[in-house]
Design a protein around this ligand. Structure first.
Ligand code: CUA
Length: 157
């Protein structure tokens, strides 16, 4: 009888711990779910230029003071369409970036924008530009002979 009681206590303890573990796991999964990872989906790296939205790169307004900048990183530059990237101060810009060739970087010094751009992986990052100025966007992953020259700019007016 005594042993059975002990076993029951341990069983109850074990189940309680298991439930607590699952709850914690659930909460952390939910918490991570709220913050989407920078790599949200993948596309065929051979078909970047035929795949939306990279078939039409550039800046578009998606809301009040909110923009999306679709860009293709390549050796050795960034394709952001025909128009320069210019937004009013106070705008939030979501950069949506991929590459058809090799791993590149996407960094805006002085901000928290810093992504690794992997062929076929679509990377996203949002940033609010409060201070007017010309912001450098540069590659910080060695990608070949032209790596040091790989950069572009976004202008905040
Ligand atoms: Cu692209 Cu370094």
């Amino acid at each position: 009888m005594h042993i059975h009681k002990l076993e029951k206590i341990w069983l109850t303890f074990g189940i309680t711990m298991l439930v607590a573990f699952l709850v914690i796991l659930g909460i952390s999964t939910f918490a991570f779910g709220l913050e989407p990872p920078s790599h949200s989906h993948t596309i065929d790296p051979e078909k970047v230029r035929e795949t939306a939205p990279f078939d039409n790169p550039g800046l578009r307004m998606v809301g009040d003071g909110e923009y999306e900048a679709v860009m293709t990183a390549y050796a050795f530059g960034y394709d952001s369409g025909d128009h320069p990237l210019t937004v009013p101060a106070g705008s939030t810009v979501e950069f949506v970036v991929t590459t058809p060739d090799v791993v590149h970087g996407f960094q805006i010094p002085g901000t928290n924008v810093n992504m690794m751009i992997v062929p076929g992986e679509v990377s996203h990052i949002k940033h609010m530009f409060n201070e007017p100025g010309e912001y450098l966007i540069l590659c910080n992953e060695y990608c070949g002979g032209g790596h040091e020259f790989m950069h572009t700019t976004i202008v905040v007016e």
